[in-house]
Ligand binder design. Structure first.
Ligand code: AMP
Length: 468
């Protein structure tokens, strides 16, 4: 039993953890916390939803407890820990968790990300904060404005590092890291260890301890993955049918482009489905509103692009749809990681048209699983007595009368992973990170930037309104 009590955390941290309702440590926590407490660098491969935020936040806070003080002087509260994340939503989420863990200590934390007025962030930074959570671009703005001073940073966390590189944050990261003292602890978390990530680690980490809780490039076995052979024009119809047939209450729907995202959301809205779009062209306010509406259960389908959705910690999303197969196979892992979190059952449905063959093969290679491509018979076609001949399907060889109903792919064996087969379970009764109890929200809400609304309780997605 990996109990938090083994860690001998400061009583004020232990109290906050107990209040979150965590009973035992998740595998990444059990492995990473002692290493971070010992001051070593860490290179961690962990999927989102594994509890990695606590895995780095708790030991960092523990190590900073010696600096806590009640002085009002900003000089007594220099930035000592810096957490960098690729997206605003993710930064906001991590900052909220840090606030909750630190709520009984005198350590201060703040979050800065773009798309928001700089003034309230500046005011908060000027008062002094020990833990600064940030996206790279906005942090550089604050560094230039001299509101973020990083010469006393002892710990830096590069979270979702692979995504930061995908977005093109490498030059920003390099600049930020150049402002930090050489003597520091660096923690790098990434869902995958690509060669670029390894190079980044080699440049900035010193003798890191490598921690892997789920093998990199592996999907969770709690997620049932289905691939359907669907022509481009039929994808929306297929989505609606599967949602209806399977009684799916809420889902993330992924598309590859911002334009496609907006178009699909509008079309589904016209079809009478409650949808919201989440993509990079939406203002920060619109994005937070869309998320909030989804969490409250006012929206059933959240249509998103990869960058906008990365790392969103929304519990128990029953299903994820890939309307477009992602260009980058690693995004497939990130996308379907939105469902089946923390051991819950999840469903990931992908629609592949004839032009997606190469992308599906890339996913097969990365996840090391065989993908069976299924045919979907449409309800309205069935009613009209039509059968799906596969005419608009995968293998466009229309001369073949004997079109097989399945593709050349053979059935996918269920991936097993000891970690995911024995998941930790969040307490039913107690609040957890993104689902703070009303009292927790209130206290968190007071602490964070006035521009960031505290998260409300997430709708229990499998239930109806009584859970709201
Ligand atoms: P993360 O991977 O950090 O995004 O965490 C995913 C979710 O798991 C968050 O909502 C956390 O509050 C929750 N969580 C983190 N650690 C634990 C734990 N030891 N037991 C139960 N839930 C946890």
């Amino acid at each position: 039993m990996n109990s938090f009590s083994q860690l001998q955390l400061d009583p004020n941290l232990a109290k906050a953890v107990a209040e979150m309702g965590y009973e035992s440590m998740t595998p990444i926590q059990a492995q990473a916390i002692p290493v971070v407490l010992s001051g070593q660098d860490v290179m961690g491969a962990a999927q989102t939803g594994t509890g990695k935020t606590a895995a780095f936040s708790l030991p960092l806070l523990q190590r900073m407890i010696k600096h806590e003080n009640g002085s009002t002087s900003p000089a007594r509260h220099p930035v000592r820990a810096l957490v960098l994340l690729p997206t605003r939503e993710l930064a906001d989420q991590v900052a909220q968790q840090v606030k909750m863990y630190a709520k009984y200590t005198q350590l201060r934390s703040a979050v800065v990300f773009g798309g928001m007025d700089m003034k309230p962030q500046t005011a908060e930074l000027k008062r002094g904060v020990e833990v600064l959570v940030a996206t790279p671009g906005r942090l550089l703005d604050h560094i230039e404005a001299k509101t973020a001073v990083l010469n006393q940073v002892e710990y830096v966390v590069l979270d979702e590092a692979d995504r930061m590189l995908d977005i093109g944050f490498l030059p920003d990261l390099q600049r930020i890291l150049s402002y930090l003292p050489k003597q520091r602890t660096t923690l790098l978390f990434s869902a995958t260890f690509s060669p670029e990530i390894k190079r980044l680690a080699a440049s900035y980490l010193q003798n890191p301890v490598t921690i892997e809780v789920a093998r990199p490039n592996q999907t969770a076995s709690t997620v049932t993955q289905l691939f359907y052979n669907v022509a481009e024009d039929d994808k929306r119809r297929a989505l609606k049918q599967i949602v209806k047939e399977r009684g799916i209450s809420q889902a993330f729907v992924f598309v590859n482009s911002k334009l496609g995202c907006a178009r699909l959301a509008r079309a589904l809205e016209r079809d009478g489905l409650r949808t919201a779009a989440l993509h990079g062209d939406k203002s920060q306010d619109e994005r937070l509103k869309a998320l909030e509406a989804f969490k409250k259960g006012e929206v059933d389908l959240l249509i998103c692009t990869d960058v906008a959705a990365r790392g969103l910690d929304i519990k128990d999303v029953p299903a994820v749809f890939n309307i477009d197969i992602p260009y980058n196979a690693e995004d497939y892992i990130h996308r379907i990681g939105r469902t089946g979190r923390a051991g819950a059952e999840g469903l990931a449905v992908s629609f592949a048209s004839s032009s997606d063959q190469r992308l599906v093969t890339d996913i097969e290679k990365l996840t090391k699983q065989k993908i069976e491509l299924l045919n979907l018979s449409f309800e309205d076609d069935r009613q009209r007595g039509r059968t799906n001949t596969g005419r608009r399907q995968w293998d466009d060889d229309s001369s073949s009368e004997e079109k097989p109903s399945r593709s050349r792919f053979t059935p996918a064996p269920k991936v097993t992973d000891p970690f995911f087969d024995k998941p930790y379970e969040a307490s039913e009764t107690a609040p957890s990170g993104d689902v703070p109890a009303a009292s927790t929200v209130a206290s968190v809400g007071r602490g964070i930037s006035p521009n960031i609304k505290p998260k409300r309780k997430v709708a229990a997605l499998f239930k109806t309104t009584e859970s709201l």
